[in-house]
Ligand binder design. Structure first.
Ligand SMILES: *[C@@H]1O[C@H](CO)[C@@H](O)[C@H](O)[C@H]1NC(C)=O
Ligand SMILES: *[C@@H]1O[C@H](CO)[C@@H](O)[C@H](O)[C@H]1NC(C)=O
Ligand SMILES: *[C@@H]1O[C@H](CO)[C@@H](O)[C@H](O)[C@H]1NC(C)=O
Ligand SMILES: [Zn+2]
Length: 276
C-alpha cells in the first residue's frame, strides 16, 4: 500500500521540478514576485515587510492594501452568478505544494470579472482569515488567484467556517486539504484527493460578492488587484481545520486601512516620531 503513493508523489515532485520557473510555464509568477524571504513573525512579519527590500515599499506606503475589514454598506456587491467560475475536475487529484508561507493547489480554470476573462493559476489558504466581514474573522480563507494575459490580477476569496451539526462541509475543500499533513515542510509536494468543484461553483453562484480594488496580501504588496470576497462562508469539519492549522500555523496579514486612507504603518511611523 505504501509503494504506490510514494511513487506518485516522487513523480509529482519530478514533474514539478521540470516546469518550475520556466518562461513557458511560470510556476507561480505571483508569489515569485516576493522580494526577500518573508514570514509572519517579528522582523520578517507584516509590520516590517517594507524593511526586507525597497521593492516592498507599497507594503508600508500603499493606500489600497489588502486585507480589509469589509463593512458591507461601504462595499459594492455583485452577484456570484456573474463570475462563470469554471474549474475542470481533477479525478486523479491536483498537485498541492507547501511554499513555506502557505500551501497552494495548482489547477486551471477561468472566471469573468467586469467583462474581463481571467485564468485561474492556483488557490491557497490562510489561517486565520485575512479579510474580516463586519469585524468578524473566520478560521480559514481560501484565495483563488487569477490573471489576465497582460498579468492583471484578481482574487476570489471564500471565508471558511468550521462546520456545526447542521452545516455541510465543502467536498472540494475537504478533498483539497485531506493530505495536507503529508506536506509539513517548505518544498513538500503531494497530490490532493479527487477534485470536483461543483459545490464551490454552486455556492458562488448563490452568494453575493464584495468587490474592491486592493493588493497582494504578501510582499511586494502590489496594488491593482481586483478583490472579490464571497459574502457567505463555506465549511470544513473540525478535523480538517485542525490539520490546516497544524501545517499553516499562522499566515494572515493584519487588517489594512480603509482603501484610499493613509497606510497604517506609515501613520504609525509618524506617531512614533512624536514619542518623547
Ligand atoms: C493547465 O493547462 C495547460 C494547457 O492546457 C496544461 O499544459 C497544464 O498541464 C494544465 N495544468 C493543470 C494543473 O491542470
Ligand atoms: C459588459 O459587456 C456588456 C455587453 O458588451 C455591456 O452591456 C456591459 O455594460 C458590460 N459591463 C461592464 C461592467 O463593463
Ligand atoms: C518534506 O521536506 C522535508 C524537508 O526538506 C524532507 O525532509 C521530507 O522528506 C519532505 N517530505 C516529503 C513527503 O516530501
Ligand atoms: Zn492569499
Amino acid at each position: 500500500m505504501k509503494m504506490i503513493p510514494s511513487f506518485l508523489s516522487f513523480a509529482a515532485l519530478a514533474s514539478a521540478a521540470c516546469h518550475y520557473g520556466t518562461t513557458l510555464a511560470p510556476r507561480d509568477s505571483i508569489v515569485g514576485r516576493a522580494k526577500g524571504k518573508f514570514g509572519y513573525d517579528g522582523l520578517q512579519g507584516p509590520i516590517n515587510w517594507h524593511g526586507l527590500s525597497p521593492g516592498n515599499a507599497l507594503c508600508a506606503r500603499g493606500e489600497s492594501q489588502s486585507p480589509v475589514n469589509i463593512v458591507p454598506s461601504d462595499y459594492d456587491t455583485v452577484s456570484g452568478s456573474s463570475y462563470n467560475l469554471e474549474i475542470p475536475s481533477y479525478p486523479d487529484g491536483a498537485e498541492i505544494e507547501n511554499i513555506g508561507t502557505g500551501v497552494q493547489v495548482y489547477v486551471n480554470g477561468s472566471a469573468t470579472i467586469d467583462n474581463t476573462t481571467y485564468a485561474l493559476r492556483q488557490y491557497h489558504f490562510h489561517t486565520p482569515s485575512e479579510h474580516r466581514i463586519e469585524n468578524e474573522y473566520y478560521p480559514v480563507e481560501v484565495h483563488f488567484v487569477m490573471q489576465t494575459d497582460d498579468e492583471s490580477l484578481a482574487v476570489i476569496g471564500f471565508m471558511i467556517e468550521v462546520a456545526a451539526d447542521c452545516d455541510t462541509p465543502s467536498e472540494v475543500m475537504t478533498a483539497s486539504l485531506r493530505n495536507i499533513g503529508e506536506i509539513p515542510s517548505t518544498g513538500n509536494i503531494t497530490t490532493t484527493e479527487p477534485l470536483d468543484f461543483s459545490d464551490l461553483q454552486s455556492h458562488l453562484a448563490e452568494s453575493e460578492v464584495f468587490t474592491y480594488g486592493g493588493s497582494l496580501t504578501t510582499p511586494p504588496c502590489d496594488e491593482g488587484v481586483a478583490w472579490n470576497v464571497v459574502a457567505d462562508p463555506i465549511f470544513v469539519d473540525v478535523s480538517t481545520f485542525r490539520a490546516v492549522k497544524a501545517v499553516l500555523k499562522f499566515n494572515s496579514r493584519h487588517t489594512q486601512n480603509v482603501p484610499g486612507h493613509v497606510n497604517v504603518i506609515e501613520s504609525a511611523s509618524k506617531a512614533f516620531d512624536n514619542l518623547l
